[in-house]
Design a protein around this ligand. Sequence first.
Ligand code: CA
Ligand code: CA
Ligand code: CA
Length: 480
Amino acid sequence: MKPHIITILPLFLFLILIPIYIPIVNLAQASSSSDSTSTTDDIPTIHNTKSKPLPGGPTLNDPNLNLEQIFTGLDQPTGMTFVGPNDILVTEKNTGIVKRITNGQLNPEPVLDVSIANIKERGMLGIAAAVNSNSNGNAPTNTIGPTYVFLYYTESSSTTDGDDADSEENVLGSRLYRYELIDNQLVNPKLLLDLPAHPPPDREEASRDHYGGKVLIGPADNYVYVGIGNVVVHKGQAQNVLDGAPLDGTSGILRVTQDGQVSPNPPLGSTQPMSPYYYAYGIRNTFGMDFDPITGKLWDTENGPTSADEINIVEPGFNSGHSKIHGFAKDASSADIEDDSEDASSEATAATNPATDLVNFGGNSQYSDPEFVWTMPLGVTALKFLNSDKLGKQYQNTMFIGDTNLGWLYNFKLNPQRTALSFANGSPLADKTANTPEEMQETIFGKGFGVITDIQVSPYDGTLYVLTYAGSIYKIYSSL
Ligand SMILES: [Ca+2]
Ligand SMILES: [Ca+2]
Ligand SMILES: [Ca+2]
């Protein structure tokens, strides 16, 4: 959730502030108290940090839809999952706590509290559940064992949360666990994946960023998918460095069975120890992914450096191009090739190269361009398909997306073949590119949320739920 607004500010002012009227307030200091002038309308303050919710709460554009805050007071929540009707588990980034909220009431005891490394983008980051039930709506279902809950977090051996601010030595790893939900507790942890958490040796002083965090269960294969970024900018084959270190568990979407086994036919083959875990690679960082309920194809959001946040279709073996390509690949005939692979000290340059000289694992993988690009990153986060008609037919099977910097909730339509996004005739987004926030107008579903960390659809009632970093869960439903 790194906005990168500071580094793009001069460009931002030139492109946005001057030609288009958008009030920009409080540019000076992220830590300053909110400016009263920013509360006078619903155009969000553009901070050089995470957006804050509007004081009156978020609003929706569609007058036929209602927004209800069903819970608030969570401490920097990152993810949520349903384990029953109106029964939600929520992860808190910095406490390492999983809370249970049933019918809007907080269970007095946490269902889990682990020791967590939590500086910067480390923490308790993602959750998914396979519920033990035969009458479970659309939820991933496990009818054999107890309800499984999958958690992805930066584990610490210390008894004190967050002491990785002082020392790396207690940081154990970026870990995917399976727990069992029994008697209101998460018990019997089983380690499924142990991924890097430490910076590479030459970046020990760098910010602890790009740990990804989304956890998702494949509706067709029941595998557990987890998205992870480059973890303080590792530079190996996972990042398209041709002579780099083998796949190390960074910059990918990885998957295992609910028992921690690998696929028998992994898309990148099995030539390296970590290859069988990878479903996709070349990913700088990701906070959002979901499967299209019609085609079964995986889509993700990805976070660019100074340019190019992305929405992608993620085929098996997908290569998103990082660290050589962010946004659309250049036409090979006209491109000046940039190689930032040697530049381990900085990500200041948004590399965009032709789709050549990428790591391809013996031809098993395929680079593909994004389906959508924001040229000025807004810290795109959650991605969720609404697989019900409960908000009206016009939203059925459309895609919802959240962000960090603006606090907006977006709704995207897909084309009839569901191979691309679809926009109105003459739309400035027909070029698949939001060149300015103003161009996003037709996609804006709601505003004023602050940072959106998760979007879920209840498998039980088919309505939409939004989780905010400020600590609230909202339910969106139709009043018709
Ligand atoms: Ca804790
Ligand atoms: Ca890409
Ligand atoms: Ca455009």
